[in-house]
Write a protein that binds this ligand. Sequence first.
Ligand code: FES
Length: 532
Amino acid sequence: MGETGMMEELCTVTIHGKGRTLATQAPPGSSLYSLLTASGFAVNAPCGGNGTCGKCLVRVSGGSGGGDSASPVTEGEKRFLGDRLGEGYRLACHTTLAGSLEVWLPEADSDMKILSRGRAQNGPFRPLVGKTVLHLESPAQDDQTPHWERLMKAWRQVRKREADDLCGERQDLSLGEMKRLSEAVLGGVSTLTVVDVGGKIVALEEGDTSKVNFGVAFDIGTTTIAGYLIDFAAEREASSAVAANPQRPFGADVISRIGFTMNRPDRLREMNRVIVDGINGMIARFAESARIGPENIYAAAFAGNTTMMHFLMGLPADGIARAPFVPVTTDMMFLSPRETGLNINRNGSAVILPGVSAYIGADTVAAVLSTGMHKNREISLLIDIGTNGEIVLGNRDGMVACSAAAGPAFEGAGISCGVSSITGAIDGVRLEPEFRISTIGEGRASGICGSGIVDAVAELRASGIVDEKGRFLSDPSSLPGPLRERVTEISGQRAFILAGREESSSGTDIAVTQKDIRELQNAKAAIAAGIR
Ligand code: FES
């Protein structure tokens, strides 16, 4: 190569993830975090790679800190990792490449336990997708009505009995469907099923297909996605599923994810791609379980916070994160599956439910509708506890709503030993009459999830280990022996050990620290301020 074209020597990085190993190359100085996410590995990164959460733990080869193959250990890593640095652990977003490396991602974080059932209040069943079976008269010398007009006349006659308001509207059919109509009539087909979405005709199908009519509904949360397959013909829920939101490697909360995509169209595309891929994966599993094809699903409805709706549509959410906090849209949208990349019937519709503002999203509107509080005379208070807590107060005469930045403590993030609801996460704590913890899946303790930290702090308070201000006792000598032994000091702050290193799957103490209690207090205070 000439002097200006000197080829830079690339670093080879071999990545071992859950069930997958990949060897890839990148120039020296590349961020390990960016390399891992770009290679499709899920890194636990609640702060979205900003270096502030201390959770993007990986183990790298070459002894402590990857030897000369990785950038020097940062002050932040020393603070977050302590002794674990000596075992080869690094924080991916603090580490850049200096040579060839072997990297191991932690096993955890795959089997999230997500509650997906609850009590539903069922309203009248009015599916968005209608199917109308028509038996058309054949054209004849004395009836030269064009095919489309003939079909429309028959459709209006049948539908008029059901919904007057639908039938006066002008209808347009795509040219592709118009061709299909012509071929069907010329081929002697006399029975056709007309498919409409919200009263707008979108497709024609030969024969009577009225019994095969499905839709899907998704609630896209920042942490999890809940999905439902609805059999419109049978008027029932055919299947449901939950999954972790695949955008989690880009940040635990909406602000981290917006920060990740801000002024970066390539990252916005990636954010959109992972969520659409995740939804399509769930749709494929639904279709398989119901033994139907994705083309039998005509509508996909979405609720979620305003940022999640933006990422689903591939819209920049930058305006949501900075004053004056203006989203691109909170309107109800009917989008084509082709435009959104969703794998349902190509003539169907992706429906984005309406929101209210940048921080009162379609999920809050859906929650209000499903509780029916907007119809009640009595005043109700609705609280959606999460990274952002949405609060609605009101009745049929009017409502006020606000959003409180609770932070991710309720999801187990921002907590020193916090994990999401994965196998081994401590989800229950009792201190008296005797010390007891429960873990998800009854595995060895791997960290503390949101319900675990709430439980732990409540128990610490009840047993007097922390005072009413959330401060640890300065002198624990008055505590019973088994509890006293668990009070310790970690990195200069008081802490209470829930699982010692010999009992935990990570080989480190799992403890609640003074800072964790402050995090939980802040989260609770944010919700309380919203209510007030
Ligand atoms: Fe690396 Fe938060 S510190 S993702």
